[in-house]
Design a binder for this molecule. Sequence first.
Ligand code: ASP
Length: 330
Amino acid sequence: MVKSLAPLFDLQNIARVLITGNGLAGQDILSVSQFDRETLSYIFGRAREMREMVKKIGGADLLKGYVLTCLFYEPSTRTSASFIAAMERLGGSVIPITQGVQFSSVSKGETLADTIRTLEQYSDVIVLRHPDIGSAQTAADYADIPIINAGDGTGEHPTQALLDLFTIREELGTVDGLKVAMVGDLRYGRTVHSLTKLLVQYDVSLRFVSPEILRMPMVIMNEIIDAGMDVRETHDVADVIENADVLYVTRVQKERFTDLAQYEEVKDQYEITPEIMEKAKDKMIVLHPLPRVGEIHYAVDHDPRAAYFRQVKNGMYIRMALLAGVLGKA
Ligand code: ASP
């Protein structure tokens, strides 16, 4: 007797998941400005579920049959690896163009638009890192599938800001009421641009510590001021260390300087050492988007307040939540 086979696809179920997902299904992720607090809390809830699932069983089949293309025109370790890990832990596959676009047709002069229109033929979602501000938006203008901005030059790095905020929330239990100090290259650092824009939605005090030439861009300062936030700028970590709940340290972005002599002048201005940590609150956390090139002394790594490697791990859970979200798997 021939047994009746279960349908290969549960069409009703597929239709249901595509219209749920708190508005993320089919969306591009280009800027943090597109997230309201409700969506943030949805993403963080999903990231927690992903963390539990990974701890218990390592992975799932949620994105089986889906393909992610990672297209990176700039170097990356954490963003590319965590997106790949996220996709694979959810049962999907990856086309990794992360080891240098010099091996792709980009080196033959292909435009971003044509590269995107080609890669979307093979994939369901594209994660793009590119040196030009606005490149993710350009890619999204051409693509019919979701584009996730993994850094557009000195513009934004929205998925990093989501994992930064998630880490603050998980480490300190709340975001509202905190004093967040950002240290280093606030001019060229896209991670601090995105994190600041995201924090505008919360009741936090901001302290910006940078050399004069690396101050937070005026356009972002205006957003903060318009939101009525408590914000102060200084050149000295000593001015903020005692009161900070979060110390977000960044690398001076050498690759963005046109005058390397200027880079040399500011590159070693800050180093967080165990002596500096002695002055900080017991419950303060140190974050860094990494890579570090001297801004945090290795001796600080043993301090339980050094949260930057826990932050790295959170990146995978957040990106699992985002991939599931944009692919309609609520
Ligand atoms: N990894 C981060 C970024 O891609 C921070 C950095 O490179 O300093 O923006």
